[in-house]
Design a protein around this ligand. Structure first.
Ligand SMILES: [Zn+2]
Length: 242
């Protein structure tokens, strides 16, 4: 179990990686602050992101879904970029060792991970991604959305991606000790013995990456109406998911 000092250390380390990500952005425009459920959502757009509008729409709708499920949203900073080198990732730590939730939506945030050929029969829920890119709940949402006007498939994918990233932020708020242990690959026995990896096969390929991704993927799936088997629910509870 991570001590308070270890939690602070890991948050500071997380903040250093956030600064590395920030350095990739180049010129960042003046932020737009949107107030939602008593929280300030500060949105920065780096360069010219052609899908920035959709990303903001997906972000705000993801926040509504998360709040409707009974979770509290805190102040949040979001960076949008169409640069493929900018990751889609959540950072939670601050340089002072406390909490500073920041989400980056990089160049791949609106693109689905295509299914690998020959992926039959389905061994992992949602299929396996081509070219080493794991498929997640976001890809399942993309697959399951009909294409009418505009780009609803892309919007559904972005919305799920945002819920996933908010899931990481909420997991850290819910149980910082558990979150930072898992982040440092210190797997508590309860999680190691929970069967999470086997359960992950019923969630998504991305969920198999590690217990933190498993939690964020189950969180996303549940909020989007998916119902999982008890094996999944038990493993989620063992990792103290939000
Ligand atoms: Zn994740």
């Amino acid at each position: 179990m991570a001590s308070a000092a270890q939690i602070a250390d890991r948050r500071r380390e997380d903040a250093r990686f956030r600064l590395l990500e920030l350095a990739k952005l180049g010129v960042v425009g003046a932020p737009k602050v949107v107030r939602r459920h008593e929280a300030d959502i500060t949105i920065h757009c780096a360069g010219k992101d052609p899908v920035a509008e959709d990303k903001q729409k997906a972000l705000l709708s993801a926040i509504e879904i998360v709040v409707a499920a009974g979770h509290a949203i805190t102040d949040l900073t979001v960076y949008l970029s169409d640069d493929a080198n900018v990751q889609t990732i959540a950072f939670v730590g601050s340089t002072a060792g406390d909490r500073e939730p920041t989400i980056f939506l990089g160049g791949k945030a609106g693109k689905t991970s295509c299914k690998a050929k020959g992926d039959q029969p389905v061994v992992i829920q949602g299929g396996i991604g081509a070219g080493g890119r794991e498929r997640g709940i976001a890809d399942q949402q993309y697959d399951g959305t009909a294409h009418w006007f505009g780009n609803p498939k892309r919007l559904a994918l972005m919305e799920a991606t945002m819920i996933h990233e908010l899931g990481h932020v909420l997991h850290e708020q819910h149980d910082p000790s558990m979150f930072w242990d898992l982040k440092a690959s210190v797997i508590p026995p309860a999680v190691a013995g929970s069967g999470w990896l086997n359960a992950a096969l019923d969630v998504s390929q991305y969920a198999t990456k590690g217990p933190l991704e498993f939690v964020a993927e189950v969180f996303t799936g549940r909020l989007l109406g998916k119902v999982y088997a008890a094996t999944v629910d038990n493993a989620y509870a063992a990792a103290n998911g939000p």
